[in-house]
Design a protein around this ligand. Structure first.
Ligand code: ADP
Ligand code: MG
Length: 650
């Protein structure tokens, strides 16, 4: 039994107060068939919404079977509604993209009511639509749609059916069918409350209430509400506990379905995430590959290596004022060899480029002048032939060791050992082939020719100084002291005044260089994370935008879902999962595309790239969380919509 006492409903419009219901007290017995009539604006729908727990009164008491329900929360109302009531609207309010059967079973998803498998099919039979189960709603006529809506109202086995002008949009034949069904339901023991404009319908009811200006004007008993002896037993309900996983899967299905319905839009919002993730995955792969090869090369150099350069203080190393020179010479090399006890090997280098010819082939490459210890310091034992000797150097012999790239360019498959090439028109004999060192991504370390330093200085480049001196120190623990010793020896030999000492010479040590490399790779990955963050931010804003549009667009759907029993949490989840589906599938495709790009890059450039599982997982997790973070606001917005206001939305 429903009992209203002194119910009032006020709408505030700015400073105005509109009384939709002024003062209504009303009892409705179980099994009754009540018609409510009255002019438009008299408060019929408002009354129905309050009776149907879709809205709460501003004042007054509402008891269902003795239990006060007028001030329950929205979610409590939703539960009660789906246990007790079914609602039929003038506008049908079905979800157009779903089939009749899916529409009918929608309330079950929220009520978690356990029903026999053929229950929905059975309901379709009751409304004479058993052959339309799999038709989409927009393939049905108005009368058929309203019958689907009736079946939906019945799916939770309600005690009461509310129908707000259910035939208002229908032709008279459909109207008759609908009424027949409602009377039949009443015969089965279900209480029916119907709002209508048709006098004829009102007079068929057992009780007729007329309203005007928010109050009941007349309340007339037309026929007895005697208990139907044939009335079906109240069917026992049992609620099944839906596992969380099953629920999530169902939300995912719904999410994918709505995304499918808006393919272009979902595709575009996925694209933002896709591009960001792809870029990050590809760059990380290339970056890691580059770093690995740099590290490999550095470690092949040995970490006890010091490289000494003339300072940048004077261009060319010559001071205009004092005649002081910071240019390095072979005498410096000799002195360091003799006086620096911590040095194991010392070798000067001179650098230049040279045009190399062999028969009709031509190649431009790096020319490096060095002394024999170079071989030991750089792990450059020839793979074929031998390194030049001290004697070769002293005699300024025109002999050369060539790198693998030069071999390939000039000799193809021929054995170069003993052949003569011309470097800048000077003839050299090839002594050996240097071991393959690979490329750092920017520089090909095998594109080089190594010749004796004296030959290079005097026969090829015409300089009497050296570009740098490389020293291998006996033990890492001497590295620091050796650097000081070297500088002091040089300051005194070159007579560098203390004021000039700071920039006179530069010494790099391999540990520094390794530090610098790892520092720069840290900077690189920081940069990448910033790019990742920005692209995910942009992608996330895209998703948020789409979700907000979607919430606005689907306001009616949200209202309907709430009207048939969805709680806040249900709506929140639905939209959140949609956002996650968009962003995670964008992320997934981004990973695939990024992987493809890095493979193509490594094919084109010869760099080794390497994708790590952790970067893939990270990209995926980040993109999915983007969906959650940027989906929350729209989803919350949706979940807070009031069911009736949402239903009224156009
Ligand atoms: P009926 O269904 O009898 O045509 P309603 O119950 O829909 O009437 O409306 C009763 C009165 O309340 C009307 O004057 C209407 O303008 C007003 N009203 C209904 N809903 C709202 C609302 N959300 N905000 C402001 N006024 C409303
Ligand atoms: Mg109305």
């Amino acid at each position: 039994m429903l009992e209203l006492k002194n119910i009032k409903k006020v709408y505030r419009m700015g400073n105005n107060e509109v009384y939709a219901i002024r003062d209504v007290s009303l009892k409705i017995d179980d099994g009754d068939f009540v018609a409510i009539m009255g002019p438009s604006g008299s408060g019929k729908s408002t009354l129905m919404h309050i009776l149907g727990l879709l809205d709460i009164p501003s004042e007054g008491s509402y008891q269902i079977d003795g239990k006060e329900v007028s001030q329950l929360s929205e979610d409590e109302l939703a539960v009660l509604r789906s246990q007790l009531m079914g609602f039929i609207f003038q506008q049908f309010n079905l979800l157009p993209r779903m089939t009749a059967l899916e529409n009918i079973s929608l309330p079950l998803f929220y009520s978690k009511l356990s029903i026999p498998n053929d229950h929905c099919q059975e309901l379709l039979k009751q409304v004479f639509l058993e052959d339309r189960a799999l038709h989409k709603i927009n393939e049905l006529s108005g009368g058929q749609q309203q019958r689907v809506a009736i079946a939906r109202a019945l799916v939770n086995r309600p005690n009461i059916i509310f129908a707000d002008e259910p035939t208002g949009n229908l032709d008279s034949k459909s109207q008759e069918e609908i009424l027949k069904i409602l009377h039949h339901l009443n015969d089965l023991g279900i209480t029916v409350v119907i709002v209508t404009h048709e006098e004829e319908i009102g007079l068929q009811a057992k009780r007729l209430i007329r309203m005007r200006d928010g109050v009941i004007q007349t309340d007339q008993r037309i026929s007895d509400n005697k208990k139907n002896q044939n009335a079906a037993e109240v069917i026992k309900r049992s609620y099944f506990h839906q596992t969380f996983m099953r629920e999530i899967v169902e939300y995912f299905n719904q999410g994918i379905r709505t995304l499918n319905a808006n393919k272009i839009r979902s595709g575009l919002s996925m694209l933002g995430i896709l591009i960001g993730v792809a870029a990050v995955v590809a760059m990380l792969a290339v970056g890691r590959g580059a770093q690995k090869s740099i590290e490999a090369q550095l470690s092949s150099l040995g970490s006890n290596l010091l490289i000494l350069h003339s300072g940048a203080v004077r261009i060319g190393g010559v001071s205009q004022e004092s005649g002081m020179t910071t240019r390095l010479s072979l005498d410096d090399v000799q002195m360091l060899k003799e006086r620096l006890s911590s040095a194991r090997y010392v070798s000067p280098t001179v650098n230049g480029r040279g045009q190399v010819t062999y028969q009709n082939k031509n190649w431009n490459t790096q020319i490096l002048g060095a002394m024999p210890p170079y071989m030991l310091m750089h792990a450059a034992t020839p793979t074929l032939g031998k390194f030049f000797s001290d004697d070769d150097n002293l005699k300024r012999n025109r002999v050369a060791l060539i790198g693998a790239t030069v071999v390939r360019e000039l000799f193809a498959d021929k054995n170069p050992i003993g052949e003569f090439i011309k470097i800048n028109k000077v003839s050299f004999q090839i002594l050996g082939i240097l071991p393959v060192k690979g490329s750092t991504g920017f520089r090909d370390q095998d594109d080089v020719i190594v010749i004796p330093v004296l030959t290079a200085m005097h026969r090829l480049m015409g300089k009497d100084w050296v570009d740098s001196i490389e020293l291998e120190i006996k033990d890492a623990k001497f590295l620091d002291s050796a650097q000081d010793d070297i500088l002091n020896l040089l300051y005194s030999r070159h007579k560098v005044p203390p004021s000039q000492q700071e920039n006179a010479f530069n010494i790099h040590n391999m540990a520094d260089i390794q530090d610098a490399v790892s520092q720069s790779s840290k900077t690189m990955s920081l940069l990448l994370s910033v790019i990742a963050a920005i692209s995910l931010l942009v992608g996330g804003i895209g998703i948020m935008n789409i979700m907000l549009v979607s919430v606005t667009e689907r306001t009616k759907e949200i209202g309907l879902r709430k009207a048939v029993g969805a709680k806040r949490k249900d709506i929140l989840f639905q939209f959140l999962i949609e956002a996650v589906v968009v962003s995670a599938s964008g992320g997934f495709m981004g990973i695939v595309v990024g992987w493809g790009i890095s493979e193509i890059l490594s094919l084109l450039s010869g760099w080794s790239t390497s994708i790590s599982l952790s970067s893939v997982l990270l990209a995926f997790i980040f993109s999915a969380s983007t969906g959650i973070i940027f989906g929350i606001y729209p989803a919350r917005k949706a979940s807070f919509l009031h069911p009736i206001e949402a239903l009224r939305h156009d």
